[in-house]
Design a protein around this ligand. Structure first.
Ligand SMILES: O=P(O)(O)OC[C@H]1O[C@H](O[C@H]2O[C@H](CO)[C@@H](O)[C@H](O)[C@H]2O)[C@H](O)[C@@H](O)[C@@H]1O
Length: 452
């Protein structure tokens, strides 16, 4: 089927709603997208056009309307941003109102009407409760409280639980010899998360500074092995914390990678931009979610407005994603935070909500994560094809699990989970806290120096 579609140069406003509303597949047709104009589209048999951006067609699977993917207009290739998640991923109930287009885009329209499939009220309630449980549970603050009230026997029990857990997730320090045996003469590549891994978790995200000792340890390993930091923060911010030029940086959960110049300019249908780093060295910038920037900055403002009266709630602009922190919010107000965030997201089915350590993270529904960033960086570093490379990823958060999974699945390297409580993980080893991470990095550097 051929369909003539066009943007008309203005963002479609959501019927009846004052503010600019977004539908999945509708990205702004103004500003950077003004050139999009109309596109002649031959819809592939199994897909359905939902809208377009400057470089991408946004489609859903025609049959199920569940699988969302993006097609690069120039190459016709599927972009790496394939999203199965829309109806199924960790979206809260309020965001689960999956929008179903009732017709194809027609001339002059970005996208036609959409219809919400309501979920039974009970399910919504259960889902919301699930999120609230998560909000209560994931918290050092809570552990601290527990620690204050437990007696010695209970403390022993907790310790025993942790030691039992370590049977499955041995300490990377006590297993250090096993790790170096495995490494043998292989080339190590190190991937490090930032918050909770290189810096301790603190109440104010602006104060999550890395110690000078940790910086020295990271600098040392980076002089011996290719090393990258992959963080949920914006790339600039994480660089401001780390301040080391010897590393590669991926911010926004891997959606903003500054890496070495690749042999190929293009990756998975998404362009890399040649740039220079602060030292004037040529680098590659890879930003698979750049089309979402206007939407992200819009939602950042709206979320900020919606939680501004909640004491302790704090917003953080992570460039391609947004964090809504509730670490300093009273537990009684958690529900309010959750409800406000999900209410705003109802208008943004192209964005999804994930949950970290006392933080909600809002990001584009694209199939890109820290695991993909690891693969991308390995390739950029020329290390992906080689059997004699051992990638190690150290991280503490849910989002790091994507990277652990990638390493586990490829059976090449392994993840190290930083946690002081037992947790299910795809990591192989564990470390208790950033202090142990530093010790591990120092040991790695010493081993390398003495073995060469
Ligand atoms: O991938 P990461 O580098 O681990 O980033 C994930 C989030 O980390 C930060 O928040 C966490 O650390 C803060 C400082 O210790 C703490 O206050 C907050 O409660 C934690 O969730 C960062 O501020 C977020 O934007 C990142 O998404």
């Amino acid at each position: 089927m051929n369909e003539q579609v066009g943007c008309g140069g203005e963002r479609r406003r959501r019927g009846g709603v004052g503010g600019g509303g977004w539908r999945c597949g509708i990205l702004p047709c103004e500003g950077p997208y003004a050139g999009a104009g109309s596109v002649q589209l031959a819809s592939a048999g199994s897909s359905r056009l939902m809208g377009w951006t400057r470089h991408m067609h946004i489609c859903s699977d025609k049959k199920t309307l569940k699988r969302w993917f993006f097609i690069d207009k120039r190459t016709g290739l599927n972009s790496p941003v394939i999203a199965d998640h829309l109806p199924t991923l960790a979206l809260p109930a309020a965001v689960m109102t999956f929008t179903t287009p009732t017709s194809f885009p027609s001339p002059g329209l970005c996208l036609n009407t959409t219809k919400k499939i309501p979920l039974p009220g009970k399910i919504e309630e259960v889902r919301a409760t699930g999120w609230l449980d998560l909000m209560m549970a994931a918290s050092p603050t809570r552990r601290r409280q527990i620690k204050d009230v437990v007696n010695d026997t209970q403390a022993d029990d907790l310790d025993l639980q942790y030691r039992n857990w370590m049977v499955d997730y041995p300490s990377a320090l006590t297993s250090f010899e096993a790790i170096t045996d495995l490494a043998g003469s292989k080339r190590l590549a190190l991937f490090l998360d930032y918050d909770g891994t290189l810096s301790p978790i603190v109440d104010n995200p602006e104060n999550a500074l890395m110690s000078d000792e940790m910086r020295a340890a990271v600098r040392h390993v980076a002089s011996l092995f290719p090393t990258a930091i992959i963080s949920g923060r914006s790339r600039d911010k994480v660089f401001d914390f780390v301040k080391l030029n010897e590393l590669h940086y991926a911010g926004s959960h891997g959606m903003d990678i500054m890496g070495p110049v690749r042999k190929t300019a293009d990756s998975n249908g998404v362009e890399c931009i040649r740039s220079t780093d602060s030292k004037g060295k040529e680098v590659n910038l890879f930003q698979p979610a750049s089309e979402f920037l206007p939407m992200i900055s819009e939602v950042y403002k709206k979320l900020g407005e919606s939680v501004k009266d909640i004491n302790g709630a704090r917003m953080e602009d992570n460039k391609f994603c947004v964090s809504v922190h509730y670490r300093n919010v009273a537990e009684d107000d958690y529900k309010k935070v959750f409800q406000r965030v999900t209410a705003v997201l109802e208008d943004y089915p192209c964005l999804r909500l994930t949950h970290g350590r006392k933080v909600f993270e809002v990001r584009p529904v694209i199939d890109w994560n820290k695991g993909k960033a690891v693969e991308f960086l390995l390739e950029s570093l020329g290390l992906n094809e080689s059997e004699d490379v051992l990638p190690i990823y150290v991280g503490d958060d849910r989002t790091d699990e994507d990277a652990f999974k990638v390493l586990k699945a490829s059976n090449r390297g392994f993840g190290i989970l930083v946690s002081s409580i037992p947790k299910e993980s795809d990591a192989f080893y564990s470390l208790r806290d950033p202090a142990e991470v530093m010790e591990f990095l120092r040991k790695l550097a010493a081993w390398k120096e003495q073995s060469t």
